[in-house]
Design a protein around this ligand. Structure first.
Ligand code: PEP
Ligand code: MG
Length: 946
């Protein structure tokens, strides 16, 4: 019979069943179950429990019923809990109550269901009263069970229970729950049971085993609930993992003033500061703290209230952090002075905290620098480089009295958006109306997550730093302010007020998640400075060190074995300077045509295009030459010592001309009005533009084809490049120009154009009497070039993958229209996994790239290979570039830090992969049939806690 259930002391059996890796343990018993099992082994006080595996959940999803043996195993496990606690499930004498909690491999906070106080019935409740002498506590717990059972298991709406309680309290003249007496709660239990009967036509079960069975099933079902599914989509968690179910002995924080409950992080999850942050409530149950409904007390104040429990708690949490070598997010309950740990898991944190914690932990010797680099995601680096409010604009808004309140700065970042007061509207306005949205709620519940995801920012008037809104926002990197108590929200009138200020639904506000301030209207944003983010700079330096080391990837002789370098796409010296401060090791693409669009140059460019003869064209080009020389001079100076790839003119010429439609309209108007002055010139211009018209310009006269049709342009450009490089060299600047020919489809094109250009390069060096290193290479943007790369590499000294065009040409999807027309549907329908213009399609485009590198390097082993399409800044695509042997990736200056981290992570991953392969083949040759042992590191980590 398959084992579906593990009890609290069975961690070894789980390790045996899974092979022992922590990851596999979590996959089978869920993160929460694994944490509880591990803590129990370490002697941490954990209430006895058992865990139903994710495999059971998956089997349930498949068959629509409990798999054979599950229920029998649950009953047997329950017996073991009874033995450990000396209590009995369903007995009136010593009643055992349990909670039923979800717990998937990856934490999905609040996304699935939990039922507490299972086992309470009229009979056991009476027994509990006798035992505890505390009827108020018992009936409070009982009504919570009926309510949770009703909503979670039976699917009754929350309001069906909230409403009768509200009415009852009003009738009694109570404001707070603490005013409710034992009899009041008993009355509420009765009322809630009526709600169950009236809405579902069944009685709340008085059989505790039925309660447990149905609660287990409800947790299984919650794996496929809307909020869990939405969350998995967002977090890219596979649907087939399933959730485990933890059945845990109830301990009570609501048994009087010597009891309490709380949640805490071992470090500050917002800033990363290495100091415990948490909150607790005396005489309360867990959900009172996280729901943010009652005002909590800071964890450090527990020291005065319960010194012994506090000391023990601090000791245990310090050990847990050391053991897991990660910030821990713990839940605890103190029942009549005794501390129980209910959960430990790696804490969710903001991007800022992630970086600080990783760097601090490496400094403390808790983790290695490589591990620190692996701990921060590229998206988190992205979030840190997101705009924040401009200080001046914020001061002005403040001076103008637009700051309407402050709350807890729960998740940093600036958000400007239109206010919506519920999750559905927020989502709709964002998705359908494409509005920037700030969701404002009194507090949030798991049902609100889709609105939060759609919002630029979240604001709540209630709740604290560990409230639902705060935790979820931090995780998604959504700027968030919680507990802004001055704000009063009227959900019926769809308006919020703060003092004299009134904000209606749809109006703009600005929310500063870093400071907790809330403003009416919009506030301008500024770019953040990387230099000020000291820890991030340190982390990125470590990332560069990883990529700089040899043997980061296995490769044929002559190929790079170090990791990827990160270069930048930059057209102007100011972009190049930014790229360099962001850590770029070269310029991978300078799109020279952008320089032609400058207002004083465009007329000259147009004259050059309209020229009737080669002489006339050369005259116009000679006017452009000094400008281009100056542009390139600035680039070489900014990148002193580093390679600069300059791409020769690429787009079709009509892009430099006025719009045909507008010009036609002008001409017609002049004719109608009888205006003759300038008409003939305009008519000639119109005729030329019409002559340039192509049905499919992206596949027309552009790139190298244009250079062959009109070589004068690129000849001027090459002259400008080499004159600038020569001048720079003379000034002591190390210029390393690399000339890139775009859109090559056949080597014959290079054979035609490249020797002419090389001649100019050499001539300039001769004229200027200087020598410097240079290269001529090409872009690989056309599948034919990729397929015939061995030929192309005979001339090209470097390849740069222009994956924007290569994706367009490989799929045959127009890069300008596909996203608008059908790509969204393709992704939604699963025809494509992702948008291939954002993330490289490894099977198609990626395969062509690999082929091009393999072929190219057979001809020219030292061939330099890069990528300069948009994919160069996308972490998954960067990983592919590492795998296939690129030397570098090139992306926009703003994405350089993200790419540096992604490149290092790709190196770490491939090294781990290679090590795994080597280990496996060694193990195979030594002990052909032996089972792989758990990794040594996992083992030593485990013993540390014991
Ligand atoms: C490309 O095609 O990937 C590329 C970088 O060139 P462009 O986007 O300028 O066509
Ligand atoms: Mg291109």
């Amino acid at each position: 019979m398959k084992k579906w259930v593990y009890v609290f002391n069975e961690i070894r059996a789980v390790e045996k069943a899974t092979g022992g890796s922590w990851d596999d343990v979590k996959a089978l018993v869920g993160g929460k179950g694994a944490g509880l099992l591990d803590m129990t082994r370490a002697g941490v006080p954990v209430p006895p429990f058992f865990t139903v595996t994710t495999a059971a959940c998956n089997e349930y999803q498949r068959m629509g019923k409990f798999p054979a043996g599950l229920w029998t195993q649950e009953l047997a496990a329950l017996k073991q809990i009874e033995k450990a606690t000396g209590k009995k499930f369903g007995s009136a004498d010593k009643p055992l109550l349990v909670s039923c909690r979800s717990g998937a491999k990856f934490s999905m906070p609040g996304m699935m269901d939990t039922v507490l106080n299972i086992g309470l019935t009229d009979e056991t409740a009476a027994g509990m009263v006798k035992l505890t002498g505390n009827p108020r506590f018992v009936y409070d717990s009982y009504r919570r069970l009926v309510e949770m059972f009703g909503t979670v298991v039976l699917g009754i709406a929350d309001e069906s229970f909230e409403e009768p309680l509200k009415v009852y309290k009003q009738k009694k003249g109570y404001k707070l729950d603490v005013e409710m007496t034992a009899d009041d709660w008993k009355e509420i239990v009765r009322a809630f049971r009526v709600v169950v009967r009236d809405t579902k036509g069944i009685d709340f079960p008085q059989d505790p085993y039925k309660q447990l069975e149905l609660a287990t099933e409800a947790v299984f079902k919650s794996w496929n609930g809307k909020r869990a599914v939405d969350y998995r989509r967002k977090e890219k968690i596979p649907d087939n993992l399933g959730t485990a179910v933890n059945i845990v002995t109830m301990v009570f924080g609501n048994m009087g003033e010597d009891s309490g409950t709380g949640v805490a992080f071992t470090r500050n999850p917002s800033t990363g500061e290495p100091k415990m942050m948490g909150e607790y409530l005396l005489n309360a149950q867990g959900e009172d703290v996280v729901a943010g409904i009652r005002n909590t007390d800071a964890i450090e104040n527990l020291k005065q209230k319960m010194p012994e429990a506090y000391k023990q708690f601090m000791g245990i949490t310090a050990r847990l952090e050391k053991h897991y070598r990660e910030i821990q997010d713990v839940e605890f309950t103190i029942e009549r002075g005794k501390l129980w740990m209910l959960q430990t898991r790696n804490g969710k944190r903001t991007a800022k905290a992630a970086v600080k914690i990783a760097v601090d932990m490496a400094g403390e010797g808790l983790i290695t620098k490589d591990e620190a680099v692996g701990r921060v995601s590229p998206e988190q680096v992205d979030a840190l480089l997101h705009p924040r409010f401009d200080d001046r604009a914020k001061d002005e808004a403040q001076a103008a009295g637009r700051m309407i309140g402050t709350g807890v700065n729960a998740s940093p970042g600036a958000a400007v958006g239109q206010v919506y007061f519920d999750a559905d509207t927020a989502e709709r306005m964002s998705k359908e109306q494409k509005q920037e949205v700030v969701m404002v709620r009194p507090f949030t519940k798991p049902d609100d997550v889709h609105g939060m995801i759609a919002a630029r920012g979240v604001l709540t008037s209630e709740g604290g730093a560990t409230s639902h809104a705060a935790v979820v926002a931090r995780q998604f990197g959504i700027p968030c302010v919680v507990g802004a108590a001055i704000i009063k929200i009227d959900l019926d009138k769809r308006v919020m007020t703060a003092g004299d200020a009134t904000v209606r639904e749809g109006e703009w506000i600005s929310v500063d998640g870093g400071t907790g301030q809330v403003f009416t209207g919009k506030i301008a944003m500024t770019e953040p400075s990387l230099e000020e983010q000291v820890e991030l700079m340190t982390l990125l330096t470590w990332a560069d060190e990883i990529c700089g080391r040899p043997n980061q990837r296995s490769a044929p002789k002559g190929w790079p074995t170090r990791g990827l370098q990160v270069w930048a796409n930059a057209d102007y010296p100011k972009d190049a300077r930014r790229a360099r401060t962001y850590g770029a090791k070269g310029i991978g693409l300078c799109r020279t045509e952008h320089m032609f669009f400058e207002p004083e140059r465009l007329p000259v460019v147009q004259r050059m295009i309209l020229a009737g003869s080669s002489d006339e064209r050369t005259r116009a080009l000679n006017e452009l030459l000094p400008h281009q020389r100056q542009d390139f001079d600035g680039l070489f100076e900014a990148m002193d010592g580093l390679p600069v790839i300059i791409r020769l003119i690429d787009p079709p010429l009509h892009e430099f001309m006025p719009s045909e439609e507008e010009l036609f309209e002008e001409v017609v108007t002049m004719r109608v009005k009888g205006e003759t002055s300038g008409l003939a010139e305009k008519e000639k211009l119109l005729e030329t533009i019409r002559g340039l018209h192509e049905s499919n310009p992206m596949m027309g006269l552009r790139g190298v084809r244009l250079s062959i049709a009109m070589p004068e342009i690129v000849e001027m450009q090459v002259r400008a490049i080499f004159e600038a490089a020569a001048d720079c060299t003379k000034r002591g600047i190390v210029a390393k120009p690399e000339v890139m020919i775009p859109l090559t489809g056949t080597v014959k094109e290079l054979e035609w154009i490249q020797p002419r250009l090389t001649r100019i390069a050499k001539a300039v060096m001769h004229e200027k009497a200087v020598e410097f290193p240079y290269k001529f290479g090409t872009m690989i943007e056309i599948p034919r070039a990729a397929v015939t790369a061995a030929e192309v590499a005979k001339l090209a000294e470097f390849f740069s993958f222009g994956t924007n065009d290569l994706t367009q040409m490989t799929f045959g999807y127009s890069r300008d229209d596909a996203e608008r027309n059908f790509l969204v549907t393709y992704v939604e329908q699963g025809i494509l996994p992702v948008n291939p213009f954002q993330t490289l399609d490894r099977e198609g485009v990626g395969r062509l790239m690999k082929m091009a590198i393999d072929e190219g390097r057979t001809t020219r082993p030292e061939l330099e290979v890069g990528i300069c399409g948009e994919h160069g800044g996308d972490p998954e695509s960067i990983e592919w570039c590492h795998v296939i042997g690129n030397d570098y990736v090139s992306c926009s200056p703003f994405r350089v830090p993200i790419a540096r981290l992604a490149a290092a992570q790709a190196a770490l991953k491939s090294r781990a992969h290679d090590a795994g392969k080597a280990g496996a083949s060694r193990a195979k040759s030594k002990r052909p049939k032996a089972r792989a042992r758990p990794k040594a590191t996992t083992r030593s980590r485990r013993t540390a806690l014991r």
